[in-house]
Write a protein that binds this ligand. Structure first.
Ligand code: CDT
Length: 307
């Protein structure tokens, strides 16, 4: 048995005017609930410290940069790191990263139980567009404000297992899970900000959005025999709704914990990482069953090319 007690700390909406200090206080309140329950790890959403700013079109780079963190931890977030270290609990959360040499990434980190950052992931699949799009009901400007991540899909030895991270839109791509699966991942952590409606078609609403969300998480977990923990920033941010639906999925693809609200809400599950062994050694024993001679186009082309 390799049990890891995991807390998925969903955040409700963060309004544009809310400060990082206010948000970190909410994160600490969720963290304390998780500590009370005996969690080993607490996972927070994508861009956890601010509103989902890529919905706002900005032309002044100085204004854009106000949404980014130049250090991690920094003064605003230090109280969360301190609390985590005192409680001997690992944490993971997402933030906008501005590097010393001027690069902008949509990033998440994993700490160990002492509050040391042991893993960093920079979002690879950036959705949306890079210029103002008057055809859309609202903007999604991740391609404007971020560069594609340059670290790939790494995994880390942590909490007695093999842990990987991805962020939001990455969860829709099977390659994300498979690359980590090929590195033996047993626990995938991800946060997300997913609008409840499609900005480009009015007939795709929250039910479809939640269906697609669960579909990809459950498939990714099952097909790679891994736990997946997906944590929302949810609710209505300055008039723009985001889905909830934070879940913990087991290696059989079953949802074993799910949030019920679109507010700050903690869900927990004890995940025995040994539950990944059966799938990895039978139907998804990659070494025995994969046929890589037929997979070449996966890494040599992006769009569709007819035979
Ligand atoms: N944050 C993020 O990646 N959101 C996307 C929205 C896609 S629609 C442009 C998602 O895949 O949930």
């Amino acid at each position: 048995m390799r049990p890891v007690h995991i807390g998925a700390a969903q955040l409700g909406p963060i309004q544009k005017a809310e400060t990082r200090e206010e948000v970190v206080a909410r994160m600490i309140a969720l963290f304390d609930q998780a500590a009370e329950k005996g969690c080993d790890l607490v996972v927070f959403p994508e861009l956890a410290l601010t509103t989902f700013f890529p919905r706002w079109y900005m032309t002044d780079q100085a204004e854009v940069d106000t949404w980014f963190e130049t250090e991690m931890p920094n003064a605003a977030v230090q109280p969360l790191f301190d609390r985590a270290r005192e409680a001997n609990i690992a944490i993971s959360f997402g933030f906008a990263e501005l590097t010393p040499d001027g690069h902008h990434f949509n990033t998440s980190i994993l700490t160990d139980r002492t509050g040391e950052i042991v893993g960093k992931y920079r979002k690879v699949h950036l959705p949306g567009h890079d210029e103002f799009d008057p055809e859309r009901a609202f903007q999604h400007l991740e391609k404007r404000y971020f560069e594609p991540g340059d670290l790939g899909f790494q995994v880390w030895n942590a909490l007695g297992g093999v842990v990987g991270m991805c962020i939001c839109n990455d969860r829709r791509w099977p390659e994300t899970y498979r690359v980590m699966g090929l590195k033996g991942v047993e626990l995938v952590l991800l946060g997300y900000n997913t609008p409840s409606v499609n900005s480009q078609r009015s007939d795709e609403g929250p039910a479809d959005r939640l269906f697609h969300h669960r579909l990809v998480l459950q498939a990714g977990a099952y097909q790679n025999a891994t736990f997946v923990v997906a944590v929302a920033k949810a609710g209505v941010e300055d008039g723009h709704p985001l889905i909830g639906g934070s879940v913990i999925v087991d290696p059989n693809g079953h949802v074993i914990a799910e949030s019920q609200t679109e507010d700050d809400e903690l869900i927990t599950a004890v995940c025995d990482l040994d539950d990944t062994v059966f799938g990895k050694s039978t139907i998804f024993d990659f070494a025995r069953h994969r046929r890589i001679e037929h997979y070449g186009v996966i890494t040599t082309q992006t769009g569709v090319v007819r035979d």
